[in-house]
Design a binder for this molecule. Sequence first.
Ligand code: NAD
Length: 295
Amino acid sequence: MDIKNIMVIGSGLMGSGIAQVSAQAGYNVIMNDVKMEFIDKGFNSISSILDGRVKKEKITVADKDSILARISKSPDFEEAKKADLIIEAAFENFEVKKSIFQKLDSLCRKDVIFATNTSSIPITSLATTVQRSEKFIGMHFFSPVPVMRLVEIIPGFKTAEETTKIIETVAAKLKKETVRVKDVPGFLVNRVNAAFRAEVYNCLLEGVATIEDIDKAIKLGLNHPMGPFELGDFVGLEIGLNVFRTLYEGYKDPKFRPALILEKLVQSGDLGRKTGKGWYDYTSGEMKPRKDVNF
Ligand SMILES: NC(=O)c1ccc[n+]([C@@H]2O[C@H](COP(=O)([O-])OP(=O)(O)OC[C@H]3O[C@@H](n4cnc5c(N)ncnc54)[C@H](O)[C@@H]3O)[C@@H](O)[C@H]2O)c1
């Protein structure tokens, strides 16, 4: 099947990144969200990222203009009639995604593939919401989408091999590397990363080292671009906590039990960079150790 038009549902952090890399790859993209202002916000963030690339002379102004010209914006699901592929990146909530896929199922041609960027909802259960489970698949991007090279490809229980191959081809055109992963809780990367982070929290709670020194050690000793606490604040602590909850529920393995200290932070409303405080304090405009809590 020749895919030319991709509709991206949800124009937030992930959806706008997916729209950007799709347009860069030459696809026509329809950006969708519940309100035009949310689509505009996503579109403007793409435009300013491209401005940065023009400034660095990675692309020309003409490249930028042609990438943006390939993107159309509409909060109307009827636009899905033009799509050859749907990539859904709306809220991480089963009911929200179910309602989106049910509407699209009745609008889209029967050969259109539905891909979801869910981080934690089983692909197989989302596939039951539509009449095309053989054309339903997980396409798990990483943030920030234009930078991170991996996409986990997650066939559900009934996904056809042809669907998986088409999506692997699309991902390659987006200049992403892919791995095929079984439809298990946390898929692969989040599962392994959670086990690593659980050990990081154990070290903190045992007083093995401070937050700053653990971050420094992991960056310099394991060559990670960011330390685990810094990264947790960057992504959002409630997102990290959600991953632990999914894994603990899915595997019943105590190593995935959410750390109480992480629960406390989220309960207190300190979710990382976006709220000004998380593992670190960002209220001065710089990343500083917190002085107002006892870790
Ligand atoms: N943030 C990450 O690092 C990350 C990484 C991988 C996967 N994901 C997954 O990607 C998805 C999106 O995450 P995000 O971080 O971009 O969230 P986000 O909150 O930035 O964006 C979600 C967008 O979806 C829109 N939306 C909600 N309901 C909708 C509907 N019915 N129709 C159309 N649009 C709707 C919202 O208005 C919002 O703009 C989630 O499933 C999340 O689990 C996130």
